[in-house]
Structures are given as C-alpha cells and as structure tokens.
Design a binder for this molecule. Sequence first.
Ligand code: ADP
Ligand code: GLC
Length: 510
Amino acid sequence: DRAPLPSRRPRQDANIPRAMRPLRLALVASELAPFAKTGGLADVLLGLGRWLGKKAPQGPGHDVRLFVPLYRRIEKSGLKTTPLPGAQNIDVRFPQRTIRFSIRTAPLPQSDVVVHFVDCKELFDREGIYTEDGDEALRFGLLSRAVPETCQRLQWAPDVVHCNDWHTGLLPLYLKTVYAWDKLFAGTKTVLTIHNIGYQGLFPDSQLDVLGLGDQRAHVHHGDLRDGKLSFLKTGVLHAHRLTTVSRTYAREIQTAEYGMGMDELLRSRSQDLVGIVNGVDYGEWDPQTDPRIPHHFTVDDLSGKAKMKAAMLQRFSLPHDPRAPVFGVVSRLTAQKGFELFADSIPVFLQREDMRLCVLGSGEDKHEKYFQWLRDTWPHKVGIFRGFQEDLAHWIEAGSDLFLMPSRFEPCGLNQMYSLRYGTPPIVRRTGGLADTVEAWDPHTRRGTGFLFDEYSSKALAGTIDWALRNWRDQLGWRQLVKNGMQRDFSWNRQGPEYLALYRALLGL
Ligand code: ADP
Ligand code: GLC
C-alpha cells in the first residue's frame, strides 16, 4: 500500500573489517526494566540491551534500539520521552481497522541505548501490561508491525531483529510477507528467544484476519488451525531464522513431551537452529556492594552488612530477630511454574520444629497468596508476607535472607537464584532448566558448591533438601565457605553477552 522506498545502508560500514562491523540490532519485547516489569524478561532486556550497546574501547558500540509499548504505567511514572522525528502518526492498516502509533524515545538508564516506545493510546493506555481484553492479539500484533514500520520511516536497515516470547512471535512472519517487498529488510535476520514456553499467545484463528494474516494460513501451524487456533509463539518458532532459549538444560527440556507444553515436536523439527544461552545478571542493578536499594552493603570479605540487612529485613516484616535462626526468602510470581504447591506437605513441618523465619514477597494466583497468608496466621512469629510487586523489597530479601527457596516445577533460566548467589544467600532449587545450569550442589567434604538441589518434583524431595540445608547451616564455618563460593560466581553479561553476539554474527555470515 506504499511505493517502495530506496534502501540504503549507512556508509560508515565501508572501511571496517566485516567481522568488526558494529551491528544494527532491534530488540523487541513486552517488558523492559525499569519501565515495565512483571518478571525476569524485563531484567534480561535491560541487561542485554545495555551490554550490546556499550561503546567498544576502540570505536562505536552496536546500534541497539529497543522497542516496547508505551504502557500507561510508563506515562504515569513521569518519564520524560521525546517524539522521534520522522516516526510520528504512522498508520498501520489492518483489514478491519487502521491503527495509528508514534515513536517516543528515552535513553535506557546508564547506557548508550535508546528505547523506542510504541505510543498507541488506543491499545496500550491501559491498567495492565497484559490484559484479557478482546484485542490482546492486536495489541502485540501492532508491537510487531511497529518495528518494520519505524525502520522504514527511518530508513534504518536492522541486521538482526531479536524477538522475545510470544508477544513478538508474529514479527518474523510479517517480515517475510507484508514487508517482503522492501529491500530494506533484504539482509535482515530474525532471532526468537523463548523465555517461557508456558505462555504461547493462543487465540482463535479468526484473529488471523484481524491481524492482516488471513492470506497466510499456509504459513501458520496446521495442527492449530485444525483446532481453530492461532499460536503466536509457534508462528515465531516456524519463521524465525534462529531460536534461542535461556539455558542449555531448558533448550533440551522443551524438546521433550514433559516440558514442551505441546511444542516439543515442532521444536525437535528445528533443533538444529535452537540453542540455550544462560541469562546474564546486570550487576549494575544487583550487587550487594553498590545496590542503592538496600541500606547496608557488604562484600565477600566483609559480611557485617549482611547481618545488618537480616535484622533490618526482619524488622520490616515485623518478625523477631535472632542471628542463629535461619531466614528463608521467597521472591516470586506465585504461579504453578514456581512449585509452591510442594510447600503444603513440607514447610509446616519445619515451621513447627525449627526456630526459623520465612519471608515471602509475591503476587499471583489467589490460592498461593491464601496459602502463604495461612502460614503467616498460623506462625505469626516465624512467617512474614508482602503481597504485590515491590522492587526494593525484592533486593532486601535477596540481601537479608540466609537461604533462598525456588522449588520450580520448570524454570527456563531464573534470575533470582543468581541474584541470591551474589547476595550471599545460598539457594534451594529443583534441578531443572537454568537452575540446574547455575547452582552447584554443596559438598561439605570438598567445600565446593553454591547451593542445594533436589530432583524429584515432590514435597518429600524438597523436605529432604531443606533438612540437609539446615544441617549444613549449623556448621557456620562451612556455611561461610558456601556463601563465599556463590558470591564469587560470575554470571555477568560480560560472560553471557558474547554468546548472543556470536550467534548474530554467525547468522549474518560475519
Ligand atoms: P520469572 O521471570 O519467571 O518471574 P526470574 O527469576 O527470571 O523469574 O525473574 C523474576 C524477576 O522478577 C526478578 O527480578 C525478581 O526479583 C522479580 N520479581 C518477581 N516477583 C516479584 C515481586 N512480587 N516483587 C518484586 N519483584 C519481583
Ligand atoms: C521467564 C522465565 C525465567 C527467566 C526469565 C528471563 O519469565 O520464567 O526462568 O529467567 O523469563 O529469561
């Protein structure tokens, strides 16, 4: 519906060796910390975006542009954004309606990266990041189309469009179909990262017409179509050039029926193109030595600040403080994924028997919230709970607890266990996904290891491991080593980021 524009690539490429050429990278997602966050996706986009955009010592960094919706909460936060010249009042024609958006920009804090906020009041000026409204598919369909539309206006040819989770699953197909005519994208490759296969973006197939993909039925998953469904995530898996997920173990797991959530067969068919890259940690945000969100700081050589954090945190939870009583921390979305159902037949035994504390920050399903409330009511001097989402309290719990509980049924990567390692809070985790790849079992004889792991998804296995952890807690000298081991592990983006860069370059043949 528009005459092709001449495509050009910036001249600066000409004299730079191919392997060193800075890349033009569009990162697209539904969440980005600190602006819009419900979980780890937001942290990963912030950390990876910052790392990729960092200026190289000998020249410019990569040209990274992050695309996220301008949700109401971002506007209400008072963030100052600026209209991006040339990318205002862009009309996107869908079969049943035309939707207009503009791009507003703001710097990503402490980085050289510019965030492109997709400003579309009619779709994003709502209470939640995610909704159950009838146009949810269209909201994220627009996010996907806003990327090529903006690139066209700016005549900016991305080398890689890096999509994340189902919300961006249609983008590779849009590029192959609606935008196939435009030479601007002739060299563009797409990567889709699966952060969580539990969310697939499943809609009635009538949405294909709404989204302007009515002619593309041949290119969406046939089995779903037979069932009258359209899956955003499967569409992405079918059409992205390369697929990644957020740990090596999860990359293996999702190709099995047990963890694949109905996508294992499809993923097996693309296993050559699927890799697992463990998430990095942004130690600019999560480091007990510098964290501005906590009042007492500490290092591996001086843990006195951690003892103070324990006291301060217990006070915040209105719980009595005793340095000898271990504090278990939980910071989590309260969903089936996180395995809290295993608490029912394990935690009460310990609360009854041990002088311990349990400090919980979480929000999500009612039944989990109610369960934690019941624990609190039953052991008011041992259990504390805050419901809702509180960024600063999450940091306090990482810093002030002695042990971190994460008994996930499945865990693509998990960031909290890596944060807790850094904050001297050994995690108790189930050996699955990224938890298996980032936590090493503590062995008191060799004094190696960073935490406590169990395999079987059962209350009994969890209880056995909590018991084992408590026995180790009583040997404070060994414990000191365990804490030290974890604090010294490095999961920074400086280690994990190069894996993404290598993947982009390989894909581009550079
Ligand atoms: P997931 O993405 O599955 O929720 P991760 O461990 O990767 O799990 O990331 C969770 C992120 O969300 C962490 O930064 C954690 O601190 C944060 N988080 C989860 N629940 C809350 C909450 N209720 N309040 C504040 N932060 C939370
Ligand atoms: C998802 C996963 C979590 C992962 C995060 C960031 O929400 O549940 O394991 O760490 O995405 O990749």
